[in-house]
Design a protein around this ligand. Structure first.
Ligand SMILES: C[S@@+](CC[C@H](N)C(=O)[O-])C[C@H]1O[C@@H](n2cnc3c(N)ncnc32)[C@H](O)[C@@H]1O
Length: 473
């Protein structure tokens, strides 16, 4: 069925925010920075890009004819083609379905890898676009084309997210500032979740004056949850269904728990028995039975329970006065009671724990007999962390700048380890690699995923391979 562009957008775009406005030319709606006291990011070519939004590329997705890619079930998809066309094409089917999008777009470094990473205008082309007023600051020259490339893709990506879905974008200092601005515009600043600084290298680069060791992952929710973000005993039955996106707790770090007294209740740790704020009902004297010393809550604080509950806990052998019995009251907290609520994840992504650019390359080498057919793939541990904090066991994950397919590998490994059924859709263009074994990057994406499937004998984790074919080809 062919619809004209505006009709298609009308069909799949429903303003979800009272600040949304309808672009008069396209009927498309987005957060208008002009409603925000004129604060926003403008660049030459933005208007024309917005006017283009409604043009849905004509074409179709065709199944690639190299059966059988995998035997057994094929819950995943790898789509070859320009991601703008594919994102348009996926709207009717996947609108509001995706729990997590991770993308690692070209950073606009001005260099070239297997794929182009220079979105800068030449001075002449930029002046032609921006107009030569004699006053033009040409810094826009560096960013305009990249922004025009990213903006429509991010807008379409947001449409695919569930209300409790989230977008993660890897980026570095070349475009982090402009990306924040357009993501604020597209998602609304209230839906900003976090900037995760990721330690992309742990070694020092000595051929320059400052060794940059980090990149970022920006996170924006389709709708950021306002209340009850933390999973607790009191909301555990409904937490998953509460509106908006909240970060799932990570697995509990159990090295902090031990069982030196062979407590039959299992490993434990000691937590302070005091809590924030002054509360008269939670303020009373506690006497250390070993020393006779009396304790009150520290200045400005209270105890964490009332006196009756304290006595109950004491009777259960859960109050200790320090490891040697001579200090302040502390609470024995058991691993098994804390485990369901996990650990609150932190934004600082340490390279030793979440992998570095180098470890990403080593993972690829491990799959390709010591070779790395793609530069700077992300480490799977980084993507796995994002999957763990943002998705449940049956959720749909999308990566439309798939590169070597790290996201696919991370999903497969998490499914393997958790016996979960997350599904992925990867989209990757067909830039040539110059290597006959995988002549395009998309072929390399498929090959990597195939190798992971084979390595782990994942018979029911296959993928369908599709290609975007523009009309007339
Ligand atoms: C930085 S790489 C992603 C690397 C990936 N995260 C990994 O770990 O291997 C960006 C990828 O996006 C692809 N790409 C760039 N523009 C695209 C487009 N318009 N459509 C589809 N893919 C595109 C490039 O070919 C490149 O493979």
């Amino acid at each position: 069925m062919d619809m004209d562009g505006a009709a298609v957008l009308d069909f799949y775009y429903r303003p979800s925010n009272k600040n949304d406005f309808a672009n008069s030319q396209t009927g498309f709606s987005l957060n208008d920075p002009r409603d925000n006291g004129g604060f926003g990011l403008y660049w030459p070519g933005k208007e024309a890009m917005l006017a283009e939004l409604a043009r849905v590329p004509a074409g179709r997705l065709e199944r690639l004819g190299r059966p059988p890619l995998t035997s057994g079930a094929a819950p995943h998809r790898i789509i070859e083609g320009d991601n703008l066309a594919v994102l348009h094409h996926l709207q009717p089917e996947l609108r509001g379905q995706v729990k997590m999008i991770y993308i690692d777009p070209p950073y606009n470094t001005g260099r070239g890898f297997l794929y182009p990473d220079n979105y800068r205008h030449s001075v002449a082309a930029y002046l032609a676009l921006a107009g030569d007023t004699g006053e033009n600051d040409d810094s826009g020259r560096l960013h305009a084309r990249w922004l025009n490339m990213m903006y429509p893709r991010l807008l379409l990506a947001r449409e695919l997210l569930r209300d409790d879905g989230v977008l993660f974008v890897s980026i570095d200092d070349h475009e982090v500032h402009t990306l924040r601005m357009i993501l604020d515009e597209i998602f609304g600043p209230d839906n900003f979740v976090a900037t995760f600084p990721w330690q992309s290298r742990t070694s020092r680069q000595n051929d320059t004056d400052l060794s940059v060791q980090h990149e970022y992952v920006l996170a924006y929710a389709r709708v950021r949850r306002r209340q009850q973000r933390r999973l607790t005993a009191s909301n555990q039955d409904v937490w998953d269904r509460l509106p908006g996106f909240a970060v799932r707790p990570g697995p509990l770090i159990d090295e902090r728990y031990s069982n030196p007294d062979d407590d039959p209740r299992g490993p434990w740790k000691l937590d302070p028995f005091d809590a924030p704020n002054r509360r008269p009902g939670l303020t009373y004297a506690i006497t250390n039975p070993n020393t006779g010393e009396t304790f009150w809550p520290p200045e400005g604080r209270c105890w964490r329970t009332g006196e009756d509950r304290f006595k109950e806990l004491n009777g259960q052998g859960r109050i200790l006065f320090g490891r040697r019995g001579r200090g302040r009251p502390q609470l024995k907290v058991f691993l098994r009671e804390k485990a369901p609520f996990g650990e609150v994840p932190v934004t600082w992504l340490d390279g030793h724990r979440y992998g570095t650019a180098r470890s990403g390359t080593q993972e690829l080498q491990a799959l390709f007999g010591g070779q790395a057919p793609f530069s700077y793939p992300k480490p799977t541990r980084l993507i796995r962390f994002l999957l763990e904090i943002a998705t449940g066991p049956r959720d749909l994950v999308l990566d439309f700048f798939a590169g070597s397919g790290t996201t696919g590998q991370a999903v497969l490994e998490l499914n393997r380890d958790q016996r979960s059924r997350r599904r992925f859709v990867l989209v990757q263009g067909s830039e040539p690699t110059g290597d006959a074994r995988w002549p395009t990057i998309a072929e390399l994406t498929r090959e990597r995923v195939r190798r992971v499937l084979e390595r782990d004998a994942l018979v029911n984790q296959g993928f369908r391979a599709l290609r975007w074919v523009p009309r007339g080809r």
